[in-house]
Design a protein around this ligand. Structure first.
Ligand code: FAD
Ligand code: FES
Ligand code: MG
Length: 282
């Protein structure tokens, strides 16, 4: 069995963490890189960030939220099951330097994108302020893990069920206004949130990097699907990114492009649930 899942955990509502045997990828992977996988022979390709690795065990860690057909299918696999294909490591590792104070601003599943990068920034000697947000406390992920690698952890929930009632961007604004000097911001999660983070930090001239999540197919620069506009130039997030200077990203275009296939994705998930209900499985 290749690409065998050796450990599976439920981190929150529809959020799973799996440790998968992939020794060649584990050997080379660095924080900021991702893989592209296919669950089965009928499956589409989806990218997932590498959230950690264990070279001795020959494994990589993936954390994902079940948002549609493929992530739901992946979430149905258990320990001992195999994933059909995994290609990687893909994309560029993030540049890890000692900036001083690094503020990590993440919403939704964004913590999965940045966890390994944040750890690398901490190991480099940066002071880490993490701001995590979600709609409610049940959707907060990696809170304990982020707390362990952060000097300060601040939480925002839309409904106030944990931390501050409001958005991560309100918290970020307050941290900046309080006079704390922030040297670098790393943001990941909903596109609207990354755009707001970028608008705030631009006003204070704080270097900001956004980990982008456009639709990807091959992950190797060939299909053109993941193109984003950065500083007025076309970039392919899979080979030029996925991390970019947030102040130069055209987030409105990114938002439009990622929602392009919404009706088909919804139809696909409906059909998948129907097939499961009548016993045809995947
Ligand atoms: P669908 O119903 O097909 O799509 C739901 C939404 O997901 C779409 O509207 C679209 O915005 C996005 N999406 C759909 N297909 C793709 C695709 N092929 N490529 C990218 N986005 C797509 N999610 C995680 O939960 N954890 C991660 O660590 C993670 N890392 C990512 C790293 C990168 C570099 C990128 C680009 C995306 C990452 N994502 C991650 C997002 C993840 O790829 C999508 O949630 C997943 O593809 C959705 O597939 P689906 O069939 O379940 O949902
Ligand atoms: Fe095909 Fe980037 S995913 S070019
Ligand atoms: Mg899909």
């Amino acid at each position: 069995m290749i690409n065998r899942i050796i450990k599976k955990e439920v981190l929150g509502e529809k959020i799973k963490r799996i440790e998968v045997e992939a020794p060649l990828i584990a050997n080379k992977a660095l924080p900021g890189q991702f893989i592209v996988l296919r669950v089965d022979e009928k499956g589409e390709r989806i990218p997932l960030t590498i959230a950690g690795k264990d070279i001795e065990k020959g494994t990589i860690t993936l954390i994902f939220q079940e948002v549609g057909t493929t992530t739901t299918k992946l979430g149905l696999l258990g320990e001992g099951d195999g994933i059909l294909n995994i290609a990687g490591p893909l994309g560029n590792p993030v540049e890890i330097e000692k900036y001083g104070t690094v503020c990590i601003v993440v919403g939704g599943v964004g913590a999965a994108f940045v966890y390994w990068m944040a750890k690398a920034f901490r190991d480099k000697g940066n002071y880490i302020i993490t701001i995590i947000g979600a709609r409610n406390k049940n959707l907060l992920i990696l809170e304990n893990e982020m707390a362990e690698i952060s000097d300060e952890l601040l939480i925002a929930t839309d409904d106030g069920s944990k931390g501050v009632k409001g958005f991560t961007t309100d918290v970020l604004q307050n941290v900046i206004i309080s006079g704390k000097k922030i040297d670098y911001v790393l943001t990941a999660g909903p596109i609207v949130m990354m755009k707001k983070v970028s608008d705030i930090t631009r006003r204070y001239s704080i270097k900001t990097v956004a980990s982008l999540n456009p639709i990807m197919i091959d992950g190797t620069g060939m299909c053109g699907c993941c193109r984003v506009s950065v500083g007025g130039k076309v970039r392919f997030a899979c080979v030029d990114g996925p991390d970019f200077d947030a102040h130069s990203v055209d987030f409105d275009e990114l938002l439009k492009r990622t929602s392009l296939y919404k009706p088909y994705e919804e139809e696909s998930l409906k059909r998948f649930y129907h097939r499961c209900k009548i016993g045809l499985g995947q």
